[in-house]
Design a protein around this ligand. Structure first.
Ligand code: PLP
Length: 303
């Protein structure tokens, strides 16, 4: 891993943050997770815009201008490629387009100060970047699809600020814990009104009669960067696209379901709970959108 703290490269084993840091104490931080194609950060501007919106939402003044954040993302990626001798070789079942690519986690905490919830106590916001080998689903997950379970918000708590990407992620941690206990890849959360909102770390789409539906941004979900790319691709493909809040039954009865996120791109969900989705195999619309997504990412990788 390549780690930078406040612009300084730090060896990973010495990359530590204070126990007084509010990111650690209260989840008082914002973050982004980017990925590369061909060593370039995909949708970098969108991720930095979302970081700025998340920070504004929680009243955190970003200590660096956007250009410096953008340059630091490029710098840690460059420092982490090509793979060093201590890096594990790529998994034999990795999707070929992910081999050698990087994830960048960019975290800004409000910093540390006297103990206490009051954000005015924080003095020194910290900017932390990590560049790591990309962790993404294996090729088989794209070919066969994955399982998901539906988890009620009442069971795991409500995400604090669903529209901001903050470090306060406990509700999603607990939702994913339930999914993993059930042998599923992802947890889809249902809000108190009984509508499906998103995955623990993904957005969700369903396909019914060829039309594509995803919950709207005002449903209390993270505005996924991949979600926006996929909505645009679906419209370009001439598909009917709806932003509407589905009930769990609509997911259970859908022809196709898929997840979107930065690392996963478009990942078919072929089991919901213990029942198959549609035919039980990745559907036609999901595969069409993923082909188009791959073409877009490949073009980006070529520059
Ligand atoms: N929803 C939540 C709660 C997330 O944490 C994430 C990303 O990790 C997403 C959706 C997907 O967002 P993106 O496509 O920007 O990675």
């Amino acid at each position: 891993a390549v780690v930078s703290i406040d612009g300084e490269r730090v060896p990973p084993e010495r990359a530590v943050v204070s126990v007084f840091d509010r990111g650690f104490l209260y989840g008082d931080s914002v973050y982004e997770v980017l990925r590369t194609y061909g060593g370039r950060a995909f949708e970098g501007e969108e991720h930095l815009s979302r970081l700025a919106r998340s920070a504004e939402r929680i009243g955190l003044a970003l200590p660096w201008p956007r250009e410096r954040l953008s340059a630091e993302v490029a710098r840690v990626v460059a420092a982490s490629r090509p793979a060093g001798p201590d890096e594990e070789p790529p998994a034999p079942d990795a999707a070929p387009w992910n081999v050698g690519e990087r994830t960048v986690r960019l975290v800004v905490t409000r910093g540390s100060g006297e103990l206490g919830l009051d954000p005015a106590l924080a003095a020194d916001p910290k900017v932390i970047l990590l560049a790591l080998p990309l962790q993404a689903p294996p090729l088989a997950a794209y070919r066969q699809g994955v399982g998901a379970v539906i988890v009620g918000e009442t069971a795991v708590g409500r995400p604090r600020e669903p529209s901001a990407k903050t470090g306060a992620h406990l509700a999603h941690v607990l939702a994913l814990r339930q999914a993993r206990a059930a042998g599923a890849h992802e947890a889809l959360t249902v809000d108190r009104d009984g509508f499906v909102t998103e995955g623990a770390s993904s957005n969700v789409f369903l396909v019914q009669g060829g039309a594509v539906t995803t919950p709207p941004l005002d449903a209390g979900l993270l505005p996924g960067v991949t979600r926006a790319v996929v909505l645009a691709l679906a419209r370009e493909a001439g598909l009917t696209v709806r932003e509407a809040r589905p009930r769990p039954e609509a997911l259970a009865g859908a022809d196709e379901l898929f997840l979107t996120s930065t690392a996963r791109e478009i990942l078919p969900v072929t089991r919901l709970g213990d029942r198959p989705v549609g035919s039980g195999a990745p559907g036609e619309v999901t595969r069409l959108l993923h082909r188009r997504f791959r073409a877009r990412a490949d073009a980006f990788a070529r520059g």
